[in-house]
Design a protein. Sequence first.
Length: 311
Amino acid sequence: MTSIRVLKFALPLSALLAVAGLLAGAPSDPQDQNAPQAAAQKPGSINNEDCAVCHEDVVKAFDRNPHAVLEKSPKFNMKNSCESCHGPGEEHATNGGDRTKIITFRDKAKKLYNDQCLACHNDHPDVNGFAGTAHAKFGMSCSDCHTVHGAATMTRLLQKPEGVLCLSCHTEQRTSFSKPFRHRVRENSMRCSDCHEPHSGIDRRMTRRTEFGREACFKCHTDKEGPFVFEHAPTVIRDCRTCHEPHGSNNPKMLVRATVRQLCLECHTTTVGVLGNSPPAFHDIRSPRYQHCTTCHVKVHGSNHDAGFLR
């Protein structure tokens, strides 16, 4: 009885030992290694310590950089994170720092900047449409706005504060933000990217959209979005810029006209029985009491109660 029990356990044990022997003797498969380890073994690769021999300040600053996660995170565990952007550096190092032996992102090689960045960042939903943006079509590269090595954390690696950076090119908007009625971008209460998508905006103005596909204005002005039982046509057919300046205006409420009545009359001059100075019109626009439309029509963006937007 005992010999039968020993045999029952001996067979599985011998089988396990045989399998273990086969596995121990089998050559390791490079495909089983993770990507960073495979990258470290590429011909011509060196470590970041080798780069630091000449580029000590750059390597030290990189330790405080968000991209340092390539070295410090077990997910990547890369010992040659410099090469993830600049390519293999052995020839560059052994030839007296010859810039032709490595990707420098200077002069003609500057066009490679976007390709190298998008190799990692193209999977991000806010970046994957960059090739179709106005920025890309005007020949801009990532390095025009971002710096990789020395930028502080939590700044999206921008060369300057966002408002300063954007307005250094968009001078017309910079003027608008100096007007008395404006969005508070210069005061850092808002950012350009709250309304605009710099990396993947599909229209000319590269504006963001709400989750329902409406203008970015409704992200903050939620009470104006609707839908309403009684819609005001301009807010549905067109957009907020029909009545408002998006960046800044000399007029209260950032209107495109100096007074409310001027703005309303652009559409309502032919409204029968409403405007005029003789019967049957009951809005005599010569009288001050009828020159402030929103005194009565308070729900000009839309109403759930009154077709005349009175409440």
